[in-house]
Design a protein around this ligand. Structure first.
Ligand code: SAH
Ligand code: SF4
Ligand code: F3S
Length: 482
């Protein structure tokens, strides 16, 4: 776990060390010199804005970027009208990319007013060579570009950027390196994501993640457990174990460990109250894991189990390695072992070749499983993935029609499901003061539903028993149980 860095001990007259993380500490010290000079010149510390555009894994990476920026002396802020702006990008769907180009245009006008401003881009989109080429050509106001594999080098790249007038670009194709012990700025004091693995080996035929995040690499269980223990000592009560496919955790370690075994070890950590994880691939979800979930006191009653499609024919083309029947039987086994579990999912509509019959199979799974909620996506063609070259791409109007029908059912069922626990008493982890009404606090149930109830700031980070007085569809209103 990261310890405070003693910058006094770092001699910048010497060459940078070659080993990590010492090398990054050296460059953090260098960046601090730059910040000091900035402060002398402008009479204030430089501001920095980190914008996260992707999934939970990207959000975790953004916390690492923030940790480094704060350590070197930047003042973090939400406004992009500042001295250093970094976009941590996502490329899972085309519209994620378009958003970045749009916002880069806006930044250009801000930079015109403040020519010393620095703009950096990192994350999944930067792993695509065409993207980097386009930025080099048309977005000359960008100062720094790096990818997902060398994020740990952020301090070094920042130092390079301070010393150069040219655009600094450093994108790696691959890595097997996992650098521990870097600073991190957590968004919440009481809950935290914890990476257990990086990358993905599944190559679902529509998905770009394996190309931009590289091969699957698991962290050692001791590193994960040490990190969680330190988080708990620092006040964290809920953790979310993160990976693209947590169920295949540990397979590539020198001493292989299963995800279920890891969970059992995490469960033993005193002071930790809640364990979540994301994401579970149905093909690797073992009976061992179901048994561990059933007897656990800490694992939350929520499982995100992406379906993608209910048609076995499409699932095969998607390279998902399960069929409709296997998925349904998995859900049955999970529900039998953990009756009160909330099951949520991801569904893609309009995968190449999807017929009305295929779509009705998806609707059938939705009816049978009755998801507590579902993220529904319109298929987005990602260049370089096998699905992009498949014939029979579906026309937009057909997709839109199916999408609307799916969304309507998913929402209706979700609302009906949430009614089931109305008027029960449940434990809520209080997260924040309600943004609309300061007399309320907002928090989450074990099943991940949101609850608002009268309370105050002293409750934040605490588990409170709350009576769910009214179900409002996707959230509840409640009051502290007497
Ligand atoms: N590793 C996770 C998913 C990561 S991406 C898993 O396997 O479940 C999150 C979701 O984005 C996916 O579940 C999928 O539903 C959606 N997605 C991925 N690629 C997509 C594409 N090309 N078009 C539309 N949705 C996509
Ligand atoms: Fe993408 Fe499939 Fe890997 Fe999930 S498991 S990240 S959908 S390739
Ligand atoms: Fe997007 Fe990368 Fe996550 S592509 S979904 S930010 S792994």
């Amino acid at each position: 776990m990261y310890q405070e860095i003693n910058f006094e001990k770092i001699d910048l007259h010497k060459k940078p060390p070659t080993e990590e993380p010492a090398r990054q500490y050296y460059f953090m010290a260098k960046c601090r010199q730059w910040v000091d000079a900035f402060e002398q010149k402008k009479g204030r510390l430089p501001g920095a804005c980190v914008v996260n555009m992707g999934c939970q894994m990207n959000a975790k990476d953004s916390e690492k970027l923030k940790g480094i920026l704060e350590t070197v002396g930047f003042v973090l802020q939400d406004s992009e009208d500042t001295d250093f702006v970094i976009y941590n990008t996502c490329t899972v769907r085309e519209n994620a990319n378009n958003k970045v180009y749009g916002r880069l245009g806006t930044l250009q006008s801000i930079k015109k007013k403040n020519p010393d401003m620095m703009i950096a881009l990192c994350g999944c989109m930067m792993q695509e060579p065409e993207v980097v080429a386009k930025i080099k050509q048309s977005y000359r106001h960008v100062d720094l570009i790096f990818g997902t594999h060398n994020l740990f080098k952020f301090a070094e790249l920042l130092a390079q950027c301070f010393a150069s007038k040219q655009m600094v670009i450093d994108v790696w194709e691959e890595t097997d390196q996992i650098v521990e012990e870097l600073p991190i700025d957590r968004k919440y004091a009481f809950k935290s994501g914890v990476n257990i693995m990086f990358g993905c080996n599944n190559f679902c035929s529509y998905c770009i993640v394996p190309y931009v995040r590289g091969r699957e690499r698991s962290r050692k269980p001791q590193d994960i457990l040490r990190e969680i223990e330190a988080l708990v000592a620092d006040g964290v009560v809920e953790i979310m174990l993160l990976g693209q496919n947590v169920n295949s955790y540990g397979k590539n370690l020198d001493v292989p460990v299963t995800f279920a075994r890891l969970l059992e070890e995490v469960e033993k950590i005193d002071g930790l109250e809640r364990i979540r994880f994301m994401t579970s691939h149905p093909k690797d979800l073992s009976d061992e894991l179901i048994a561990v979930m059933a007897k656990s006191k800490k694992i939350c009653r929520h499982l995100h189990l992406p379906l993608q499609s209910g048609s076995s024919r499409i699932l095969k083309k998607m390279n998902r390695h399960y069929d409709k029947e296997q998925y349904l039987s998995l859900v049955e086994r999970i529900r039998a072992a953990v009756p009160d579990i909330a099951i949520t999912t991801d569904i893609i509509v309009g995968f190449p070749g999807e017929t009305e019959e295929d779509f009705l199979e998806t609707m059938d799974v939705v009816e049978k499983v009755r998801y507590d909620s579902a993220f529904t996506f319109i298929y987005s063609k990602r260049t370089g993935t096998p699905a992009a070259d498949m014939e029979d791409q579906i026309p937009e109007d057909v997709i839109k029609d199916r999408f609307d029908r799916l969304l309507e059912r998913v929402q209706k069922i979700g609302t009906e499901k949430s009614k089931e626990i109305e008027r029960t008493v449940q434990e809520v982890l209080v997260e924040e003061i309600n943004a609309q009404d300061a007399s309320l606090v907002s928090g989450r149930l074990s099943n991940n539903s949101v609850v608002h109830f009268p309370g105050d700031a002293s409750m934040i980070g605490k588990l409170v028993r709350v009576s769910l007085t009214e179900c409002k569809g996707f959230y509840y209103l409640g009051e502290v149980a007497g």
